[in-house]
Design a protein around this ligand. Structure first.
Ligand code: SF4
Length: 354
């Protein structure tokens, strides 16, 4: 079957924009229904699937309601995407009480598998298969949009894959979502394990949306980082300091932070020496947020979770030192939907096909 791009070859450029706008219209369910397109074009497009991803299995956490969907792509490959629901107080000065509203954060994938092979990550163990297309990235958003009653408040590109190694498709997908929904760039966070040449590229790229970045750091000591992240580049820590300074010069907005993601691993990166190294690095990065992440079991030999006492100690220490520091509350642990656990597992005792 011809792809959308092939079918639009001889059409004016604005047709694609009309179609992208229609993708997000929940009242439409096929290309045939896009009445802004000429009848002949609708006829040509009518056999294209309205979504490029198909639901294979969905699991719902019994603990916190997190949902993990396994989606099938047109070539039979599977990817995972996660919906996390949190309640937060709605800002409404007129109301006598502060009503609670649900916030929906979706975690989306950028590749089938991943080549980075981080030691603690289930996706990395499965290896790399291919990049997702622009449509397959966008359609993870559309999949949840169609399933939800409320709107999607945040997107994190922290699912399977290294987003910066699928640069063009990621950039296009984010721009399509930003141009056709109410979500703003500061509500989107892209996480990278740090590919210096791609990080340079995005600073020079005016078309790359001004989203927030989370750097999978996991150790500010290069020797340790190299052990747990084989894709670590020499002198990355030094590069990160310089890159962050230039990022903030480019985007001076106070709403843009650089996130440092720090997975805490017992006996690996959680002692005093590593804490001091993290503090030293964070002191050199303006508007930095540190996110301490408890390890979720991925059956990696020799890895175990840092005790909650040590995590709390680090948190208190870093807060007292003046940093914005959070401890990630891992959602969806009973369905292997938490950080580092995405690996297309379909068997679990959680509820299937809800
Ligand atoms: S942590 Fe991210 S970059 Fe590392 S292997 Fe897993 S998916 Fe890839």
């Amino acid at each position: 079957m011809n792809t959308l791009a092939e079918l639009l070859t001889n059409e004016p450029k604005y047709r694609l924009k009309q179609i992208q706008k229609a993708w997000f219209d929940l009242s439409l369910n096929s290309y045939e229904e896009i009445t802004t397109l000429p009848v002949e074009l609708r006829e040509k497009l009518k056999n294209l699937p309205w979504l490029s991803v198909k639901l294979h299995t969905i699991l719902k956490s019994k603990i916190d309601g997190t949902e993990k969907a396994l989606l099938e792509l047109s070539d039979g490959e599977l990817i995972e995407t996660v919906l996390m629901v949190r309640e937060s107080l709605k800002e409404n000065k007129e109301a006598s009480k502060w009503p609670v509203e649900e916030r929906h954060t979706i975690c989306i994938s950028s590749q089938v598998g991943c080549a980075m092979n981080c030691f603690f990550c289930a996706t990395g163990k499965a290896g790399f298969k291919r990049n997702l297309t622009t449509e397959e990235i966008v359609d993870q958003y559309r999949f949840w949009q169609r399933r939800l009653t409320g709107h999607i408040s945040n997107i994190v590109v922290m699912g399977q894959g290294e987003p910066l190694l699928n640069y063009d498709n990621l950039k296009n997908a984010l721009n399509i979502i930003l141009n056709n929904t109410e979500i703003g760039p500061t509500k989107i966070t892209v996480s990278t394990c740090g590919i210096p040449e791609q990080m340079e590229k995005l600073l020079a790229d005016k078309d790359f949306p001004q989203v927030c970045w989370a750097i999978s750091l996991h150790s500010a000591i290069e020797e340790t980082r190299k052990k747990i992240m084989p894709a670590h580049r020499k002198d990355f820590v030094k590069f990160l300091v310089d890159w962050s300074r230039r990022y903030h010069e480019l985007i001076p907005s106070r709403t843009h932070f650089i996130g440092l993601e720090y997975l805490m691993l017992a006996g690996v990166n959680d002692d005093e020496k590593h804490r001091k190294a993290l503090e030293k690095l964070a002191n050199k990065i303006p508007r930095v947020k540190i996110n301490l992440i408890p390890y979720n079991d991925t059956n990696s030999p020799g890895l175990s979770k840092t005790s909650q006492t040590v995590i709390d100690d680090w948190h208190d220490y870093l807060m007292k030192a003046g940093f914005v520091c959070t401890i990630r509350h891992s959602q969806g642990q009973d369905i292997a939907a938490a950080c580092g656990q995405l690996c297309n597992r379909t068997t679990t005792d959680a509820v299937k096909n809800v």
